[in-house]
Design a protein around this ligand. Structure first.
Ligand code: ADP
Ligand code: ADP
Length: 234
């Protein structure tokens, strides 16, 4: 069952002096439960694709369909709902530095109007899930990169998203920490059934956890399918 369906997506940035075709006729189907890698070099259009998936960027052409709903017809309020169903994690973690680990996790819950006590309970469970129950009161500056990313994952999961979008989520981490974070994501995928989209420029990341992959190359998808088929060795 497709969770993310992209048809003929085109995004053109028109400046005063230049025009950049960031994405051209991109077609992509990501199914429920996939760990889907989107790999490409810097400038290929990966960030633009992510921003179109959650409609922070409006496509110039084509359709983005999330869970059967075409985003083109939605109001800002409805779009916020769709965005809430897609948790995001980033290369630089984007944690709130003035808040403790647990406060970072309760933040999106409080924004969505959930009772403080319930939010706290949910955050505790998520801290357990990412194996950082003992760091609830730590500030981000007191945590390692891997620990910060675990908190960011817990925060992304707080609102029970269907999809976790990971934008270069391990690019700032060393190889061992990368392995640990990827294995946590794999665990989350199999335990919670959440669809995971991994944006990366690193082949090793795709090889370590992705079931499916799309290669994005100069603003278009060059190839997509099962990792075992796309990267079949002769
Ligand atoms: P990647 O994430 O793969 O590095 P991006 O999606 O950031 O690629 O960028 C794809 C292309 O679109 C690049 O040429 C970039 O300079 C251009 N681009 C991205 N965002 C904008 C923007 N807001 N305005 C103009 N050009 C942009
Ligand atoms: P990333 O490292 O994720 O590819 P970038 O550093 O390329 O991100 O882009 C950071 C921000 O700048 C984004 O909001 C992107 O849309 C914007 N941007 C990227 N390239 C350009 C460009 N050529 N002109 C204007 N804005 C751009």
């Amino acid at each position: 069952k497709p969770v993310i369906n992209i048809e003929g997506l085109t995004k053109i940035f028109s400046g005063k002096t230049n025009v950049v075709k960031a994405l051209e006729n991109v077609n992509l189907t990501i199914n429920q439960g996939d760990i889907f890698g989107i790999i490409g070099m810097s400038g290929a259009g990966k960030s633009t694709l992510v921003r179109c998936i959650n409609y922070l960027e409006k496509p110039t052409g084509g359709r983005v369909v999330i869970d059967g709903v075409d985003l083109a017809g939605l109001s800002e309020k409805e779009l916020r709902k769709v965005r809430q169903s897609m948790g995001m994690i980033f290369q630089q973690f984007n944690l709130l530095m003035q808040r403790t680990a647990i406060e970072n996790i309760t933040f999106p819950l409080e924004v969505s109007g959930i009772d403080k006590k319930d939010a706290h309970k949910r955050a505790k469970e998520l801290l357990e899930l990412v194996d950082l129950a003992d760091k609830a009161e730590a500030y981000p500056s007191q945590l390692s990169g891997g620990q910060k990313q675990r908190i960011a994952i817990a925060r992304a999961l707080a609102t029970n998203p269907k999809v976790l979008l990971c934008d270069e989520a391990t690019s700032a981490l060393d190889p061992n920490t990368t392995k640990a974070i990827l294995s946590l994501l794999k665990d989350i995928n199999s335990r919670l059934g959440i669809t995971i989209v991994i944006i990366t420029h690193e082949m090793s990341v795709v090889e370590q956890i992705c079931s499916h992959v799309a290669i994005i190359d100069k603003s278009g998808i060059a190839e997509q399918g099962k990792v075992s088929e796309v990267f079949a060795h002769p």
